[in-house]
Design a binder for this molecule. Structure first.
Ligand SMILES: N[C@@H](CCC(=O)N[C@@H](CS)C(=O)NCC(=O)O)C(=O)O
Length: 213
């Protein structure tokens, strides 16, 4: 398999973690998202993914986009170890935690949105920072409460084993730290992320491992 990604991209980071958890080897192809390079908007890359976003996973003849769709594809084609529990209500809970990050935080704070705010819309740097912190705060405050009900051990978002929700949390925490968001109000999320980041599948997916692209 071939993963088109960017080292700092949280959506790419999710897929790297999932591939590692499933013990699936892959070749990483760096797509440089830095303004001024914007390799995601090159003609060649747009032919691969007209959305102009990373990640893209190529599995043989199949090209897959959107990190959650990619991870669910991996889950269905390589069920072990499972990232979703077997029971329907538990699956819904894990998906709800995951979507609280993937839909309510990430899209508002991704690089394309921030560039649009400070570019065409002319927002000042402190306004863009306030925007970022607002959406992180709203999302993390809710999750900090949710995990009091869903985490079984204070080390996982749901139950006592790694799930999709954990795969989403770690990259979002990395992103929040990168933007200097205040994380003191979220001790439970920080404890869960600290535990997960030390696991080999998560550690091997960390952006620092790919900092040269
Ligand atoms: N919903 C998409 C989001 C992908 C996304 O926003 N990727 C960002 C990096 S994390 C990107 O490619 N940004 C480039 C741009 O917006 O031009 C997914 O989960 O794959």
């Amino acid at each position: 398999m071939k993963l088109y990604h960017y080292f700092r991209s949280s959506a790419s980071y999710r897929v790297r973690i999932a591939l590692n958890l499933k013990n699936l080897p892959y070749d990483a192809v760096a797509i440089d998202l830095r303004p001024g390079v914007s390799a995601q908007r090159s003609t060649d890359y747009l032919a691969l993914n007209p959305q102009g976003l990373v990640p893209v996973l190529v599995d043989g003849e199949r090209t897959l986009t959107q990190s959650l769709a990619i991870i669910e594809y991996l889950e269905e084609t390589h069920p072990q170890p499972p990232l979703l529990p077997a029971e329907p209500l538990a699956r819904a809970r894990v998906r709800a935690l995951s979507l609280a990050i993937a839909c309510e935080i990430s899209p508002l704070n991704n690089s394309g949105v921030l560039e649009y705010l400070c570019g065409p819309l002319g927002a000042a740097e402190d306004q863009v920072n306030a925007w970022y912190v607002h959406w992180i705060g709203r999302g993390f405050r809710a999750l900090e409460q949710e995990v009091t009900k869903t985490s079984g051990d204070g080390k996982h978002m749901f139950g006592t084993a790694v799930t999709l929700a954990d795969v989403l949390l770690v990259p979002q925490m990395y992103n929040a730290r990168r933007f200097n968001a205040e994380l003191a109000p979220y001790p439970r999320l920080r404890a869960i992320a600290a535990h997960l980041e030390a696991l080999p599948a998560f550690a091997r997916a960390a952006p620092e491992r790919y900092a040269d692209g």
